[in-house]
Write a protein that binds this ligand. Structure first.
Ligand SMILES: O=C(O)CCC(=O)C(=O)O
Ligand SMILES: [Fe+2]
Length: 534
């Protein structure tokens, strides 16, 4: 039976229906029920529209879009194999029919209306999305790259939105494949081939900023007042924080166990002087005033509100951060994390660092004005991250970086608190949070770093696959309420976690086709039957 003619009886739905009518359904079950109904509706509408060839008379519909919509619905119903088969089959059939059709035939005939030269790329994007979700990364990457290549060699064969999606998705598949450098190469190519894409331009700009050569002569001459006279920290200057022997943590898998000895987080003495922090803060304020109309926003969109600015957006801070990285933070990482899990070090044989910036933000928590108190539990997209305190602790109460695995069995975790100029370095896959402030403003520099050619994701995955961790990277349920404030580090959301700008954009992109088609189909649906709402 083909995917389009399958009878969609689902015993699960019958169970949910009786649960709902008995009033015993949990919120999670209601959500599942909604999703089930939504995808069933979408599948039945797409199927009907395809079978009745609605696209012949309705210029807003195409066979390709309806097919992608049906595939998205099948995926939503957990029928991924059918979805993949449907897309592959339709792509092949339509391409065949199109290439063998007589070019002199009536242009209004269904055959020519049903397939346009850009449809194959649209099918490929929809397919690669499914393959990526199915964790078939090499196949997904090959398909997205083929769309990138096609858009470069024959721009009229790929819709601009599909081309942007292809480059963006290919970059993210590469990152999930532990190939950050490859991702940035793809985004660079995308930015060059699609100069109108803001998304690709931003990704590329980031890379250009953090790969730029160190300023020479160094920053003091370029930026008076911005580089202080703090010494370069060595291991004996760092205060280590160890994961207790009884506590699992996927980040342990990143380093050589003998030399690391479960020390995954470190607090350093000041890497910035007070006057340097004040100067950075003043530059941020003047940027917000002149470029953002005095209003802080969020560049790193997250599932909960965070207030931040990307360092690369403030030109005066770019050489400053490069200098800070090269002179103090990269050496600090080499001291704190001497041997990686693959036996290599973060230093190349020539002594230069292999560490690279993935993201650099200045994050502001403000208990009094925008009520941005905390950041919920999450892991970073990084091998190593930093938080560096940019203002004095007397300016706020509470705060600090909370780590679940540093607190032992009880689940209360531990807060590592930094005073102005001090840095907290930690392994990105450690589950952590911005602990709530209860008063004032806390300003920090946040850095997500990776190590070139070090496949940290692979080590985390092996650790998880080996079952060492149970579900320790998934749930925030072990967070314990703070006695005084009554707020959890995980926020008010159960299992709250932060998704970063790229991840949000990525999931928006992945869901966009589905959403657009659903909206289109809902309109269609209103004309044919009332919508079933739960
Ligand atoms: O506020 C903190 O100390 C943590 C910040 C953080 O984890 C992040 O920005 O990803
Ligand atoms: Fe973080």
């Amino acid at each position: 039976m083909s995917a389009l003619s399958a009878v969609d009886f689902d015993p699960e739905e019958a169970t949910y229906s009786s649960l709902l009518s008995s009033g015993a359904a949990t919120p999670a079950q209601v959500d599942q029920m909604r999703s089930l109904r939504k995808h069933k509706n979408l599948l039945s509408i797409s199927r009907r529209a395809l079978l009745q060839q609605h696209y012949v008379h309705d210029v807003t519909l195409t066979r390709c879009a309806l097919t992608c919509s049906a595939a998205a619905a099948l995926e939503g119903l957990g029928r991924r194999e059918e979805a993949v088969h449907l897309l592959r089959h339709r792509r092949f059939m339509e391409e065949e029919a199109y290439s063998s059709s007589d070019s002199d035939s009536d242009p209004s005939s269904p055959a020519s209306l049903a397939h346009s030269p850009t449809d194959s790329a649209s099918y490929d994007i929809a397919l690669s999305k499914l393959l990526f979700k199915a964790d078939s990364k090499p196949a997904a990457l090959a398909l997205t790259l083929s769309v990138c290549d096609l858009s470069a060699s024959s721009p009229s064969s790929v819709l601009p939105a599909d081309a942007e999606d292809a480059y963006y998705l290919a970059g993210w598949i590469s990152i999930h494949n532990d190939d950050h450098s490859g991702a940035y190469r793809i985004w660079r190519r995308g930015a060059e081939n699609l100069p109108s894409s803001d998304l690709l331009r931003r990704q590329n700009k980031k890379r250009l900023c953090w790969d730029s050569p160190p300023p020479s002569p160094p920053a003091p001459a370029l930026l008076p007042g911005l580089v202080g006279a703090t010494p370069v920290p060595t291991l004996s200057d760092l205060e280590p924080f160890s994961v207790p022997p009884s506590t699992p943590c996927p980040a342990l898998a990143l380093f050589d166990p003998a030399s690391q000895n479960r020390r995954l987080a470190f607090r350093s003495p000041p890497v910035l002087t007070k006057s340097e922090c004040a100067a950075v803060s003043a530059h941020v304020d003047s940027f917000i005033a002149s470029e953002r109309g005095g209003v802080w926003g969020t560049v790193r969109k997250s599932s909960v509100k965070t207030t931040d600015v990307a360092v690369e957006d403030i030109p005066v801070l770019r050489p400053w951060l490069n200098e800070l990285l090269l002179s103090r933070l990269y050496p600090l990482i080499a001291e704190a994390y001497p041997t990686l899990a693959d036996g290599s070090s973060t230093l190349s044989p020539d002594g230069t660092s292999r560490v690279r910036v993935h993201d650099a933000f200045i994050v502001r928590y403000d208990a009094d004005n925008d009520k941005s108190f905390h950041l919920p539990e999450h892991s970073d997209t990084s091998a190593v991250s930093f938080t560096v305190a940019l203002n004095d602790h007397s300016e706020f109460e509470g705060g600090g970086t909370w780590f679940e695995a540093l607190g032992g069995e009880g689940g209360e975790g531990m807060v590592v608190d930094c005073d102005v100029g001090e840095a907290c370095a930690f392994a990105g896959p450690m589950r952590h949070a911005g602990y709530p402030i209860t008063k004032g403003v806390r300003l920090i520099l946040v850095l997500f770093l990776y190590v070139e050619d070090f496949k940290y994701g692979e080590f985390v995955k092996s650790y998880m696959d080996a079952g060492f961790c149970g579900d320790c990277s998934k749930s925030g349920s072990r967070a314990v309420a703070d006695e005084k404030s009554g707020v959890k580090p995980s926020g008010d959301k159960t299992g709250g976690y932060v998704v970063y700008r790229e991840t949000v954009d990525l999931s928006n992109m992945l869901n966009r086709i589905e959403q657009e088609e659903e909206n289109g189909e809902e309109e269609e649906e209103h004309t044919t039957q009332p919508k079933t709402k739960i």
